[in-house]
Design a protein around this ligand. Structure first.
Ligand code: B12
Ligand code: SF4
Ligand code: SF4
Length: 316
């Protein structure tokens, strides 16, 4: 099959597998290598030392696998209405049910097998969040959307509540044109809505101030000046996406049943979270992205949210 037909087959298969968008690009060097160096030099990665270790590969994604000729980038929409939990703490949408790595990994492998089978030879590797790839930039280069002021990849028909994943292959596939437009315009809603003021400038996120970092990635306690701003966010944060007009207009319920939130009755209260032991934590959250914060991280977050509630009701 020629590269054009292979690209057509790849996109049709991605749609059959339930992906919401698919584009194809190459692994040439990052356009934002200097921006990543500046970000790291300013210490904006905090405790995420892997960001420093993997910098060279993010800047030169071909180093990840020099034989790769094409990267197929897919988006998977995970948007859904939040569950009506008995306790109103907030958990970001991507973590409300089964861990997306499991859902997407299996689909990506099927996509890779289709490509190499149709090509008659070749190999592939799959990446979802795990690898040192500049995923948002690759998605934009594959024509799937623009890098927005809140740093999210926004697809013009889906919004930004999408996971990004890729299949690298040594098979030559026809490439898509990059998405060159910036559709944020003069809007600044996300920058203003961020509770911790985590954007020093548009397109740059200081992760060390971001609630998502403070409640998921960081192992240390939430610094005193930021504790109140974490508010009711127990795990992650969706605020800079919820206020975005592109999501208000285009976000629609996911077609993937495994991304829908678990029933309200299955969410423990904050007090119950504080009483969990390792085994109970694994039973409740072992198959969700919440596992990433570990029990100690989740309990740390629960204490911050409780502290904020007490402060609001004048109990502190
Ligand atoms: C580290 C990381 C984080 C960190 C840092 C986030 C950040 N903005 O850097 C923390 C823990 C805070 C985080 C939070 C979240 N994350 Co995260 N995260 C990552 C990870 C592993 C690397 C991102 C990265 O390279 N950051 C480094 C900084 C410097 O890069 P950047 O912000 O993308 O900025 C680039 C461009 O904006 C560009 N740039 C710089 N200046 C300028 C100027 C202009 C004009 C332009 C156009 C571009 C530009 O240069 C930068 C360097 O490449 C990726 C997965 C991956 N492998 O890529 C997931 C990923 C970005 N995260 C994702 C998600 C879903 C989230 C959360 C929504 C989770 C949540 N609900 O809590 C939040 C969103 C917060 C936000 N507004 O970004 C998704 C994003 C999907 C999408 N549609 O965009 C990804 C792609 C994971 C995935 N595979 O789906 N995340
Ligand atoms: S995820 Fe929340 S804390 Fe982080 S940048 Fe967006 S609004 Fe700010
Ligand atoms: S809220 Fe406005 S500025 Fe922020 S990402 Fe959305 S369109 Fe861009």
């Amino acid at each position: 099959m020629n590269p054009q037909d292979l690209a057509r087959l790849t996109k049709a298969t991605a749609a059959e597998l339930g992906f919401d968008a698919c584009g194809i690009t190459n692994l040439s060097g990052s356009r934002y290598a200097v921006a990543l160096d500046d970000w790291l030099a300013a210490g904006r990665h905090g405790e995420m030392l892997y960001m420093r270790r993997q910098a060279r590969q993010r800047q030169h994604p071909a180093d990840v696998w020099p034989a790769a000729r094409s990267v197929v980038v897919v988006l998977h929409n995970y948007y859904h209405e939040p569950p009506a939990k008995p306790d109103p703490y907030l958990v970001s949408r991507y973590a409300q049910d089964i861990d997306y790595h499991h859902v997407i990994g299996e689909k990506l492998r099927r996509l890779g097998v289709t490509i190499v089978t149709a090509a008659g030879e070749g190999a592939f590797r799959v990446y979802v969040d795990s690898g040192p790839l500049p995923e948002r930039e690759l998605a934009s280069r594959a024509g799937l959307g623009w890098l927005a002021k809140n740093t999210m990849l926004i697809h013009p028909g889906l919004g930004s509540f999408t996971f990004i994943a890729s299949v690298l292959t040594d098979v030559e596939l026809a490439k898509d044109a990059p998405f060159e437009a910036d559709r944020c315009g003069s809007c600044t809603r996300c920058l203003e809505a961020c509770p911790t003021d985590a954007f020093p400038t548009p397109h740059v996120l200081d992760a060390t101030r971001c609630v998502s970092y403070l409640t998921i990635e960081a192992r240390s306690d939430v610094p005193a000046p930021l504790r109140a701003d974490v508010g009711d966010n127990l795990f992650g944060c969706d605020i800079c996406q919820e206020v975005c007009p592109w999501n208000v207009r285009f976000a629609r319920e996911t077609a993937e049943p495994r991304y829908r939130p678990r029933p309200a009755s299955q969410w423990p209260t904050l007090e119950e979270i504080l009483a969990l032991d390792a085994e109970a934590f694994e039973r409740r959250f072992g198959d969700t992205a919440i596992e990433r914060s570990r029990l100690s991280g989740l309990q740390r977050n629960a204490r911050v949210v409780l502290e904020n509630r007490r402060r609001e009701t004048g109990g502190d």
